[in-house]
Design a protein around this ligand. Structure first.
Ligand code: NDP
Length: 600
């Protein structure tokens, strides 16, 4: 695949002007303290992360039993791992989840307007297996959460699940060949295998605004929506806001979905924006089973694979999903070598031209949709495509034409300046509000086994986190590590990634279950040799795309560690998810024995 053709390549002068504009817009926003500008929702701010959906958590006796597999995390990663383990015949499968039910990000995020902006027919896993066909091209959050529950029910994962429970430590018992799992509910049970599926963006974060604790009005984070205060539900109808002045901080993928609903229901809405999102066309519509070929067996797997091939730059005979993700795939994943392989004579120039064309289209759309010229100007994104996560909405921009909606641009003050008892101060102006909603995203890398919150002690007292800090990621295919037998990690590290991450998780879950099945068959432990781990590290380093040049020129955000560029290391398989999945399939057929180690 080559880059999309753009109608008119920019002149050298236009290119120079645009680069200069991008540089200036980045400078306006970079903060010297980087990610330290945020506050975590722990300690004094822990109430921002409390579970508003679980109700009163029933007391239960601590567990001291044994299971075949313990799975840490009940989002799609954990659910799919559980389902695939069941398909391999494992009986005692226990998922441990901090939320009150299955669903992960779709359990926590229930904000008004919530949808997945990846097509439902490729995003929802196990559609073939469950016979479920989503009605809309982009599914609402609640439908996705109910699908997560559907899979968990289908594979009997409720039977042994522990909800409202956090795993506090994992310790390998070399004599018993088991993991000891301890939790914050006093459990101390044993598991032959442990799978970690703790997600990457799970802890809500707050901006470190001076005076945040002085505000006397109501506040909450979008991932813990307070419908008790707003009334209504994810479809809107928030009657509690009819007499309220509401502020929302943050205009990322969440803000773009929630703001149109808030605009409909609040008496007055102030949108405090630091960097505008690139808001592309969404094209939500109903789709019949015939539209998507759902009358044939295997349709969902085929469609999902087709989407992955296109966004990974692999050949595909047609584009089944045909939306702005697939149309912009080359810009989205330009760093993958597969996008350069056709011998594009001048890749950089072609990329820059295509990028300008797409971003100009997105900026022109703002001008066409937003009537007030100053507001339109402030809503235009001045950076390259995918510097920030692309967003898709046909409702967001028109919301700014409403009389009750005011955009407050905070770029020159690097965000909200401070808060007072009554409201928010930007540029010396105090905006009095009754309620402030933080659509300010999530801390990166603070959950799970790589964060220190979940200490993992392997063979001979080896600490997973110290090993990671000292040597960097050392895994075979991202899943297993020397010194940590029968521990399987899911996630993007030394693995593959893609915009459709539920697909990646499903492949990971299938691989994890195949590893466990192989170990069971041979009565062996799962543990790679140091040589296999070194070889995989070298594979990840070979051809690793250089992200630095791209991220160094982007406006700050969590993609580039708040403007500091991205660490450039052998942290992912460099040839894309399609090639990675093929590699895993072949490895399972021919070489799975390499990860099996005799007990004793
Ligand atoms: P983001 O981190 O993407 O956005 C946070 C927002 O808060 C940004 O607009 C940021 O501005 C703003 N912000 C932070 N601090 C301040 C401050 N001091 N003053 C003013 N503004 C501030 O979080 P989201 O929750 O929007 O999205 C997180 C991720 O969740 C997405 O990237 C995506 O992966 C996923 N998601 C997926 C969806 C889907 O449909 N599949 C839907 C929603 C989310 P700035 O940009 O300047 O830092």
């Amino acid at each position: 695949m080559t880059l999309p053709k753009c109608a008119t390549p920019p002149t050298p002068q236009e290119t120079a002007e645009l680069r200069e504009r991008y540089r200036a817009e980045r400078e306006r926003r970079v903060r010297p303290e980087g990610a330290a500008q945020y506050r975590s929702t722990t300690a004094d701010f822990g109430y921002f992360a409390a579970d508003p959906y679980a109700g009163e958590v029933p007391a239960r006796e601590p567990l001291c039993d044994e299971v075949d597999v313990a799975i840490v995390g009940g989002g799609f990663g954990g659910i799919l791992a559980g389902a695939r383990m069941r398909q391999q015949g494992l009986e005692k499968v226990r998922v441990i989840e901090q939320g009150g039910d299955f669903g992960g990000t779709w359990y926590w995020n229930r904000y008004p307007g919530i949808h997945c902006d990846i097509e439902s027919h490729v995003y929802l896993p196990m559609l073939d297996e469950t016979g479920y066909v989503p009605e809309w091209k982009y599914a609402p959050g609640d439908e996705i959460r109910r699908h997560a529950v559907r899979i968990a029910e289908r594979f009997d994962l409720y039977e042994d699940a522990l909800f409202s429970t956090a795993v506090t430590a994992l310790t390998w018992d070399g004599d018993a060949h088991q993991w000891l799992v301890t939790t914050d509910r006093g459990d101390e049970f044993r598991a032959t295998y442990v799978v970690t599926a703790t997600g990457t963006l799970s802890e809500p974060k707050l901006p470190g605004i001076p005076g945040i604790e002085d505000f006397k009005g109501h506040t909450f984070h979008t991932s813990r929506w307070d419908y008790g205060y707003t009334g209504g539900g994810p479809d809107g109808g928030m009657t509690g806001l009819a007499d309220k002045r509401v502020g929302v901080v943050g205009t990322g993928a969440t803000g773009v979905q929630a703001i149109p609903k808030l605009a409909e229901d609040a008496r007055q809405l102030y949108v405090f924006q630091r960097t505008p999102s690139a808001v592309d066309v969404r094209g939500q519509r109903r789709m019949t089973p015939q539209d998507i070929g759902a009358d044939r067996p295997g349709w969902a797997g085929e469609r999902r694979e087709n989407f992955l091939r296109i966004v990974s730059g692999e050949d595909a005979d047609r584009d089944l999903v045909a939306d702005r993700w697939t149309e912009s795939a080359a810009l989205l994943e330009k760093l993958l070598p597969s996008f350069r392989r056709d011998g594009e004579p001048d890749f950089e120039a072609a990329y820059e031209a295509a990028d300008h064309a797409t971003m100009n289209q997105i900026r022109d759309r703002v001008a066409a949709e937003v009537t007030d010229p100053a507001t339109a100007e402030a809503l235009k994104p001045w950076y390259r495509y995918a510097c920030k996560r692309p967003t898709f909405s046909d409702l967001y921009l028109p919301a700014f034409n409403r009389e009750n909606v005011t955009l407050v641009d905070t770029a020159d003050t690097h965000g909200i300046e401070r808060m007072t008892e009554r409201g928010v101060v930007v540029g010396g102006v105090e905006y009095e509000i009754d309620c402030l909603i933080f659509a300010t995203g999530f801390s990166v890398g603070v959950s799970g086994v790589t964060s220190g919150k979940l200490p993992v002690t392997g063979r001979n007292g080896l600490q997973l986190l110290s090993s990671l800090a000292e040597f960097g990621p050392r895994t075979l295919h991202g899943f297993t590590s020397t010194g940590f037998p029968n521990l399987i990690q899911l996630g993007p590290m030394q693995n593959a990634s893609s915009v459709n991450f539920s697909h990646i998780l499903d492949e990971q879950a299938a691989h994890a279950a195949a590893l466990v099945a192989a170990a069971e068959r041979d009565d062996a432990l799962l543990e790679p040799t140091p040589e296999a781990v070194d070889a995989w590290r070298a594979t990840c380093a070979e051809d690793a795309p250089d992200h630095e040049w791209f991220h160094a020129e982007c406006t700050p955000g969590y993609y580039n560690r708040e403007g500091r560029g991205r660490p450039n290391g052998p942290h992912a398989y460099p040839h894309g998810a399609v090639a990675f999945h093929e590699l895993l399939r072949r490895w399972r057929e021919e070489r799975v024995g390499e990860v099996l180690r005799k007990k004793g």
